[in-house]
Design a protein around this ligand. Structure first.
Ligand SMILES: CC(C)(COP(=O)(O)OP(=O)(O)OC[C@H]1O[C@@H](n2cnc3c(N)ncnc32)[C@H](O)[C@@H]1OP(=O)(O)O)[C@@H](O)C(=O)NCCC(=O)NCCS
Length: 165
C-alpha cells in the first residue's frame, strides 16, 4: 500500500461511473442526477488511481458555499473501492483524506449513512471510528433500514481508547 495516495478529483465525475454504481447501487440515469446534485452542492471527491485506473473514491460534502453549516453537517456522500482492490486499507486512506478536508474547514463532526442490513459496511464504518447513532427502519423497503453514523474527529475511540487524529 505504500506510495498509494488520494488525489483531489478534478475531472468529469461521470468518468467515475463504476465507482458511483458500486457506492450507490443505482443505475446510470439515477447517478447522472445524483452527480448533478453533488456538483451543485460543491461536494468534493478524492480518488485513488493505480496505473491510470480510478480504483477507489470518496465524496465529502462541506457546506462552505452557502455558509449555512449550522443547518447541514459535513457528510461523506460516497465511498467505494473496486472489488479487486478491497481489503488493502484503501477506504481508510480515502476516509483520512475526507477527515483532513473537514478538519481544514474547521469542522469536527462527519455524518454518513449506509444500509443497516449491510454487515460489512457497518463493520467497516465502525472500524473507521464512526459510531452508529440511529437506524430508520424500512427506509428503502421492508427490512432495508437506513443506518446513520457519526464521527467526532479527535474523540477517543469507543472500542480501543486510541485517539483518532
Ligand atoms: C466498504 C468498502 C468501501 C471498504 O473498502 P476497503 O478498501 O475494502 O476497506 P479497507 O481495506 O480500507 O478496510 C477498512 C477497515 O474495515 C475493515 N474491513 C474491511 N472489510 C471488512 C469486512 N468485510 N468485514 C469486516 N471488516 C472489514 C478492515 O479490516 C479495516 O479495518 P482495520 O484497518 O482496523 O483492519 C468496500 O468494501 C466497497 O467499496 N464496498 C462496495 C461499495 C459500498 O458498499 N460502499 C459503501 C457505501 S455506504
Amino acid at each position: 500500500m505504500s506510495g498509494v495516495v488520494v488525489e483531489q478529483f478534478k475531472g468529469d465525475l461521470r468518468d467515475l461511473m463504476p465507482l458511483f454504481q458500486l457506492s450507490t447501487g443505482c443505475d446510470k440515469p439515477a447517478i447522472e442526477k445524483l452527480i448533478r446534485i453533488e456538483e451543485t452542492k460543491g461536494t468534493e471527491y478524492g480518488v485513488i488511481r493505480l496505473g491510470g485506473q480510478a480504483v477507489g473514491f470518496i465524496g465529502i460534502y462541506i457546506d462552505e458555499n452557502l455558509g449555512v453549516r449550522e443547518l447541514e453537517q459535513c457528510q461523506v456522500i460516497d465511498l467505494a473501492v473496486l472489488p479487486e482492490f478491497q481489503g488493502k486499507g484503501f477506504s481508510r486512506l480515502l476516509m483520512d483524506w475526507a477527515v483532513n478536508k473537514v478538519k481544514a474547514a474547521g469542522e469536527r463532526i462527519i455524518w454518513l449513512y449506509t444500509g443497516a442490513a449491510s454487515e460489512r459496511n457497518v463493520a467497516v464504518y465502525t472500524k473507521l471510528g464512526f459510531e452508529l447513532k440511529a437506524v430508520m427502519p424500512d427506509f428503502w423497503g421492508e427490512g432495508e433500514g437506513k443506518a446513520w453514523f457519526r464521527l467526532e474527529i479527535g474523540a477517543p475511540q469507543p472500542d480501543n481508547g486510541i485517539e483518532n487524529s
